[in-house]
Design a protein around this ligand. Structure first.
Ligand code: FCB
Length: 477
């Protein structure tokens, strides 16, 4: 299979000038362990909260689980070969905590670590920079049974696990991300309960968020001690939050949701403090008694890079009785203390997730992080879209996904021109995979996966992305 240089298959792209990215721009693609690996009970892997959750009737669409997923555990070599054909400069993957430390504490499972040793060695042999995420949502079930992220001890366990992975892979992996999207772990996992472990309690969600960040800070300190030359970072999912109008109620709704979605994490991680207005908004939910002296200093331990995942924008309005849409991350219980804020749809084009397509929001987000929070190098560690794909004559012509990438890469380039130190971009996702509560019903991949045969077909977007990487930029259209 090869990725010939060829223009996009349809006229979905408007006329555009060519754009070149800075030399050394890190072009990548991302995945996560539970979404692709399968082999859920092999070689000593223990259960994670996602195994338990997906096996609980009614939790995922069609009862789908990650038991087999893309069977990447057994297809590592051919999957890395596909990455090499794509010309990827970097591959962002996550380590499955229950595969390498099944009990969530105690000794490492060497067979589990061996899988990641093989993966990393294979990537390096192909000239692909491994970008390792320690936690992409798969908490070992024994730690959930002991209280999960709302329990403070989980943060210490996370730092121990980080040390164990650093001991095994620190000599070969330069880029380390502690957490992927702590907002989702905390507010979808413990607030709305649409993600594992499926608990629904605002105060627990807030505590989970704090302990995730504490775990991040402790892990950064442990990794720094173990591997002084590693590049350490965290990945947050950020959204511009706009008020639906200038009405004071709408403006206040935007302030509140921005607090919970963005500043809850950015401020402690990069400024060492919770925003005062957020603490006041949450007064009915929690007194923040779980925050101990020194926590915020730990949480704001110096980093080397910041990862931003970007998908869409939120537009919100003041409450009107009975009008809260009850769906996915718009579920009111994701927003403790602000459950009655309304999420407004604008009627702009959406993806198959129903997420509004808003490329300028990526530019805005990157500028905000740089201008309000940090001079550190930034990376887009995820960006992409789900669309309904069809295989026709062995090909998948995913023009909508391709156009989505194109628009967001143009926004990324604009951010660089505006002075943002953006150093790389990771497409979500390398291949179709288990999309959490949506199971296999949503496809985000540049590579199509037939889940019965496990046959992979690079889509038009993959061929196009290969050409983007080859040129280090976008061709004129
Ligand atoms: C992000 C997750 C990733 C994937 C994409 C679509 O929130 O990090 O695993 O589900 O959304």
């Amino acid at each position: 299979m090869s990725y010939p240089a060829r223009p996009p298959a349809s006229g979905a792209l408007a006329e555009r000038p060519p754009l070149t990215f800075p030399p050394g721009f890190l072009w990548g693609a991302a995945t996560a362990a539970y979404q692709i690996e399968g082999a859920a009970t092999e070689d000593g892997r223990g259960p994670s909260i996602w195994d338990t959750f997906s096996h609980t009737p009614g939790r995922t669409v069609n009862g789908h689980t990650g038991d087999v997923a893309c069977d990447h555990y057994h297809r590592l070599d051919s999957d890395v070969a596909l990455m090499a054909e794509l010309g990827l400069k970097s591959y962002r993957f996550s380590v499955s905590w229950p595969r390498v430390q099944p009990g969530g504490s105690g000794p490492a499972n060497e067979a589990g670590l061996d899988f990641y040793r093989r993966l990393v060695d294979n990537l390096l042999a192909n000239g692909i920079e491994p970008w390792l995420t320690l936690y992409h949502w798969d908490l070992p079930q024994p730690l959930e049974d002991a209280g999960g992220w709302p329990a403070r001890d989980t943060a210490a366990r996370f730092a121990d696990y980080a040390t164990l992975v650093a001991d095994a892979l620190g000599d070969r992996v330069r880029y380390w991300t502690t957490l992927n999207e702590p907002w989702c772990s905390a507010f979808l996992g413990y607030g709305s309960g649409v993600h594992a472990p499926g608990r629904s309690d605002g105060a627990e969600a807030v505590r989970a968020g704090h302990h995730l960040m504490l775990g991040h800070g402790l892990a950064v300190q442990a990794l720094r001690a173990a591997r002084p030359t590693a590049e350490l970072g965290v990945t947050v999912n950020l959204y511009p939050v706009d008020p639906a109008s200038d009405a004071p109620g709408d403006v206040d709704a935007a302030r509140r949701i921005d607090g919970l979605a963005n500043r809850f994490f950015l401020d402690p991680l990069l400024k060492g403090a919770y925003p005062e207005d957020l603490v006041a908004d949450l007064a009915e939910v929690t007194d923040f008694g779980h925050v101990q002296d020194g926590d915020l200093a730990t949480i704001s331990s110096p980093l080397d890079v910041v990862g931003v995942n970007y998908y869409s924008r939120h537009v919100v309005a003041a409450p009107i009785e009975g009008q809260q849409p009850e769906k996915y991350w718009r579920a009111p219980s994701c927003w403790p203390g602000s459950e009655d804020v309304r999420f407004v749809t604008r009627g702009v084009p959406v993806t198959d997730m129903d997420w509004e397509i808003d490329a300028p929001g990526l530019l805005e987000t990157l500028r905000r992080v740089h201008e309000e929070y940090t001079d550190l190098p930034l990376y887009v560690t995820e960006n992409g879209s789900a669309f309904v794909d069809t295989v026709v004559d062995g090909e998948v012509d995913d023009v909508d996904r391709l156009a989505y990438f194109d628009a967001h890469l143009r926004a990324s380039h604009e951010a660089i021109e505006a002075g943002v130190p953006l150093r790389g971009y990771f497409a979500w996702s390398l291949m179709d995979n288990f999309e959490w509560a949506w199971g296999y019903t949503k496809r985000f991949g540049m590579i199509h996966v037939d889940y019965d045969s496990q046959v992979r077909i690079p889509k038009s977007s993959a061929r196009w992305y290969a050409e983007v990487i080859r040129r280090n930029g976008l061709a004129a259209q």
